[in-house]
Design a protein around this ligand. Structure first.
Ligand code: KMH
Ligand code: ZN
Length: 317
């Protein structure tokens, strides 16, 4: 086995918790945090449960519609920062109706330690969720899901260059590289070759989004094999399985030497038929799995060291 493929036995596992996102809509779960106060509370609870990175989006407090408004982010970022030591990771993927310019406004202003960076333009189909019968709380919800049939999630080379310059070079923010398919790893390698991105890389393998790679163990093994080939030991990986694939693929990631992402952004359930009462419950669940595998969890400072982050004292909130 090559060195790149063997990970240290005493390694620590980073739990990222993605608190609300922009994929699910309020009618899908009463536990999805919507207001800045809800987002702050669930983020703090998730950190106390063991998440060392908090991946954050904002929503309009009245309607729950995903929002890029930096003022909304600023309503919860300082509260989370003052109550936890967790690494704050602000989304630049935003939500379906946002332009790329809008998507980076909050992270530009807040200069967080981390931000997400989506590594390719793709389809992103949410419309299968229309199949479930629901009483919609808001008119926008079914339309939002239906519109995803014709939505392009735009992340061109130019967009990626802009985000690297505006957030990375200007603010020292480092990235969660969201890779939804094998080709996205080659795009990441292209930027590494151009020295626009430097290690240690934190790659989030995203499996199970309609438009990206399917959520199965063979695909995860292939993503990791490809990343080993392209990046050797210059990267850390984490795994996000959409919906019911969340816990099985996170478990597989941990066993393969990787890190894990949980949270209501990616999956609303705790187990089949049971909605998660909050984000922290999913963090506790994956923690039990990690303990069962004799794996220690990374503290926020461990995560900072593993990912070469600038430190919580260098953010702008
Ligand atoms: N919702 C995830 C599948 C982002 O915020 O940049 C992808 C995501 C994108 O987290
Ligand atoms: Zn996100």
């Amino acid at each position: 086995m090559s060195r790149a493929m063997s990970r240290p036995i005493n390694r620590k596992v980073i739990i990222t918790c993605a608190i609300t996102g922009s994929v699910h809509t309020p009618s899908m779960s009463p536990h999805l945090p919507i207001t800045p106060a809800d987002i702050a509370k669930q983020a703090i609870d998730a950190a106390n449960a063991g998440a060392s990175i908090l991946h954050l989006h904002a929503r309009d407090p009245e309607t729950g519609f995903p929002s890029p408004d930096p003022d909304l982010f600023m309503e919860f970022l300082p509260i989370i920062k003052s109550a936890t030591d967790a690494v704050i990771n602000i989304s630049t993927g935003g939500g379906m109706t946002m332009t790329v310019k809008d998507r980076i406004r909050a992270a530009s202003l807040a200069a967080p330690e981390m931000a997400s960076l989506n590594m390719g333009t793709m389809n992103f189909g949410l419309f299968p969720a229309l199949g479930a019968t629901r009483d919609w709380k808001h008119d926008w919800e079914p339309k939002f899901l239906e519109d995803s049939r014709d939505f392009v999630f735009k992340n061109t080379f130019a967009d990626i260059e802009t985000i690297l310059a505006d957030l990375g070079d200007a603010n020292g923010t480092r990235f969660e590289f969201e890779c939804y398919d094998v080709g996205h790893l080659y795009t990441l390698a292209h930027f590494v070759d151009r020295r626009l991105i430097k290690g240690p890389l934190f790659i989030q393998f995203v499996l199970g989004v309609l438009g990206g790679i399917g959520a199965d163990p063979d695909n995860l093994a292939h993503l990791k094999r490809t990343a080993d080939k392209l990046f050797g030991d210059q990267y850390q990986f984490s795994v996000l399985g959409a919906g019911r694939h969340q816990m099985p693929l996170a478990t597989m990631a941990a066993a393969m030497g990787g890190n894990v992402r949980v949270g209501l952004e990616d999956n609303l359930y705790l187990r089949k038929g049971e909605l998660a009462p909050d984000n922290a419950s999913q963090v506790r669940k994956i923690r039990e799995v990690l303990a069962g595998l004799s794996l220690e969890i990374a503290t926020p400072d461990d995560a900072r060291e593993m990912l070469a982050l600038k430190g919580a004292d260098k953010v702008a909130f």
